[in-house]
Design a protein. Structure first.
Length: 174
């Protein structure tokens, strides 16, 4: 039988030319791995999304502060430091955090994120007078708002909370 195969192929056994299925699969897997590594190295690692989430959280806390001012019938302020922010209430002429209330606990920004306000030179102190609060919510529903900018220290990502009526809107900055 070997003689018949050799006779039909001209005296030598022929092997099919081309790639095997295993070789093709290995190359496809390697290209996929390299493409995913390239995408990860070129991307910002989700930093922009984390910064946007932080801006939305800050805006939501400001909205809660405005509601709490009306419900509690006392002024509520949003105090912003470089890497933290929290609500304060005005009691007996002094701004102070409300003990044991999760809404008034300090919130931390994601690592590598900081806030910048128009009065950044005054925010570094721990004294809580109205000039150091970028947002004050009054019991009658009125507000006093200043823009707050969140920026990522490792990329060019920036978001600004802009006063829009009696609340904040989130705007991505170029």
């Amino acid at each position: 039988m070997v003689d018949r195969i050799a006779h039909r192929t001209g005296g030598r056994a022929r092997r099919a030319r081309g790639f095997t299925l295993i070789e093709i699969l290995v190359v496809v897997v390697l290209i996929g791995i390299l493409a995913s590594l390239a995408a990860l190295s070129l991307g910002d690692g989700g930093r922009r999304e984390r910064l946007h989430d932080a801006a939305r959280n800050l805006r939501t806390l400001a909205a809660l502060g405005a509601q709490e001012a009306v419900l509690a019938s006392r002024p509520i302020g949003l105090f912003v430091e470089r890497e933290h922010y929290y609500l304060l209430e005005l009691r007996k002429g002094a701004w102070s955090p409300r003990a044991h209330d999760p809404m008034f606990q300090s919130k931390t920004l994601p690592a590598g994120t900081e806030t910048v306000t128009q009065n950044a030179d005054k925010i570094a102190t721990r004294s809580f007078d109205t000039r150091r609060l970028p947002a004050v919510f009054l019991p009658d529903g009125s507000t006093e708002l200043q823009p707050i900018e969140l920026k990522d220290l490792f990329s060019a990502a920036r978001y600004q909370l802009m006063p829009m009526g009696d609340s904040y809107g989130v705007v991505a900055l170029p």
